[in-house]
Design a protein around this ligand. Sequence first.
Ligand SMILES: Nc1ncnc2c1ncn2[C@@H]1O[C@H](COP(=O)(O)OP(=O)(O)O)[C@@H](O)[C@H]1O
Ligand SMILES: [Mg+2]
Length: 264
Amino acid sequence: MTDPILEVKNLKIYYNTKSNIFSKGASGQNKAVDDVSLKINKNEIHGLVGESGSGKSSLARAVMGLSPITEGRILFNGNDISNRKHGKDRVKIQMIFQDPNSSLNPNMRIKEILEEPIIVNRLMRKDEIMPRLLELMELIDLPVSYLDRYPHQLSGGQRQRVGVARAMTTDPELIIADEPTSALDVSIQAQLLNLLYELKEQKGLSILFISHNLAVIRYISDYISVMKKGEIVETGKALEVFNQPEHPYTKKLISSIPTLKKFS
Ligand SMILES: Nc1ncnc2c1ncn2[C@@H]1O[C@H](COP(=O)(O)OP(=O)(O)O)[C@@H](O)[C@H]1O
Ligand SMILES: [Mg+2]
């Protein structure tokens, strides 16, 4: 057994809902995440799959310290980070967002986008920054000259690779990737998945990989959790879940995916 890098324990995220004309005057709570527990082992890709609105992003944002937690705990390397917004643990968890068009500042050059987390977190001396940027460009397989470009001068796939590089600037141990391929053309989705897989192998990263697309999750995950209406209904090793799904919802998801060849 390896130690888990991330443990989510009995997490609840309830949003207060105001009454409106549809709720006929009743105000209440939207139980976006309702008693979810999850463990991610070191150097593993944990796929979280579920339909839109099932609470995946709320969970992801809570791990990042961006969503208020109603109840429960989040442990990173055994340390409780539930109520910590900043600190050295937070630098070790980074996020890749769904849409690189809105998550990369259009007014900043790639160089500035990549060095920002280093400067904000005071991670390096000035003379160490450029070598690090060159290393990052190599990691994502983009020419060094692109450091001077703006996001709009890149293709969608290249922009999302910059999103990956930005997440890697702080040398994280855990990456939360929330639907990172959803905004990409199908033809380049596999490239991004392969890049994430390589990073896991080379850097010993752990990744929480979130998608509503089970084919994508199957392609990349070691472990899978299936989320439905704020709850995890099934969890297990990817192969086992795919070969012997137990929950009817998982069975339904699996039966509805087109066959996709596993990469070798
Ligand atoms: N900031 C918020 N305030 C109120 N309700 C929210 C907020 N964020 C998400 N929700 C609601 O919580 C539920 C889960 O949303 P989300 O976590 O985004 O799901 P997913 O990422 O699986 O699509 C949805 O019903 C959504 O409308
Ligand atoms: Mg989402």
